[in-house]
Design a protein around this ligand. Structure first.
Ligand code: ADP
Ligand code: MG
Length: 322
């Protein structure tokens, strides 16, 4: 069994408001293995930030247990805090100082050598721009500088809460490359996001939550499985569809003119079509993406009816919370 870097058991957070008690995190069991990029995924309001804040000692859990590197937190947080970097809220940098100057001030305040600044700048891909003033930075560069700041103490675990929020596609790609570089260097990354399809490209494993509850967890391959559908294209799609349907295969035409074929045996498709004198120009395995997987998960759970176990909220008799 591989070492778990983050572990929670029965983690719960209730917020008390005028309308009653709102359960933001619902008895959550998290297990993040060492190494790789772990996606912490769920729509807005599903409890990602609240969970991360509890892990980092920024919010108190209502109940449940948490461990980081095997140490119970928040009690033993001081013992592990130097191994953890986190970007949860936008850190404050001085706008008129250069990025490098900002990082140097930070590195001296936490007592790490200046050389860590250059390493961090390099890892996040800001080399050559580190002498520019912070205020001249694009949003994506600012976000990478925030990651650089957490790298100064060379953490083993990096927690990034929606680091690509508000970034354009180029900025998103740069963050993704930074995350890959870090993972390749052996840092375990917990990456939260509400955009499931986007993080799928960088995650090795993922936990999906909805309304504070665990919906699914595992390696991306385990979660999505191997494809049982293929996209095929042929010069005469109607003839191809006819041939397959008459063999009892389920075929759905796509807008592009290609066909979606449900099968776990692509050989039988190519053989059947070849026998009919139809030659394929495309055969592509179709794998569901995390976005589709999530929508299917939540659609299934909403069939159970709107009680507290699916809404995630405890309601008072007089008033419904949200
Ligand atoms: N300080 C707070 N007081 C009351 N409710 C809160 C507070 N922080 C978060 N919540 C609620 O908890 C739920 C989860 O929020 P959050 O953890 O921010 O979700 P996410 O990060 O997944 O978007 C939401 O319904 C949110 O409104
Ligand atoms: Mg959040």
């Amino acid at each position: 069994m591989s070492e778990l870097v983050i572990e929670t058991s029965g983690l719960r957070k209730e917020f008390r408001g005028r309308g009653g008690v709102r359960v933001a995190v619902h008895d959550l069991d998290l297990a993040v293995p060492a190494g790789g990029v772990h996606g912490f995924l769920g729509p807005n309001g599903s409890g990602k930030t609240t969970t991360i804040r509890m892990l980092l000692g920024l919010a108190r859990a209502t109940r449940g247990e948490m461990r980081l590197f095997g140490e119970p937190v928040p009690r033993r947080l001081p013992a592990v805090v130097d191994r953890i970097g986190a970007v949860v809220e936008s850190p404050k940098f001085s706008p008129n100082l250069s990025a490098r100057r900002n990082l140097l001030l930070l590195s001296r305040s936490i007592g790490v050598p200046d050389s860590h600044v250059d390493d961090a700048v390099e890892t996040v891909g800001l080399s050559g721009r580190e002498k520019d003033r912070f205020k001249s930075y694009s949003l994506g560069m600012k976000q990478r500088l925030a990651i650089a700041a957490t790298l100064l103490k060379k953490p083993d675990l990096l927690i990034l809460d929606e680091p690509t929020n508000g970034l354009d596609p180029a900025g998103i790609r740069e963050i993704r490359e930074t995350i890959r570089t870090l993972a390749d260097a052996g840092v375990t990354v917990l990456l939260s996001s509400h955009i499931l399809a986007e993080v799928q490209q960088v995650c090795t494993s993922a936990t999906i939550i909805g309304q504070g509850r665990l919906l699914a967890s595992g390696t991306v391959d385990d979660l999505l499985g191997t494809g049982t559908a293929y996209r095929i294209a042929a010069a005469d799609p109607a003839a191809a569809a006819h041939s397959l349907v008459s063999a009892g295969v389920s075929v759905t035409p796509e807008a592009t003119g290609s066909l979606r074929v449900e099968t776990d045996d692509p050989e039988s498709i190519t053989r059947r079509l070849a026998e009919a004198g139809i030659w394929l120009t495309e055969l592509t395995p179709l794998r569901p993406d995390l976005e589709t997987f999530f929508l299917e998960l939540t659609a299934a759970s909403s069939l159970d009816g709107p009680d507290t176990s699916t809404t995630g909220y405890v309601t008072t008799p007089q008033e419904t919370v949200r």
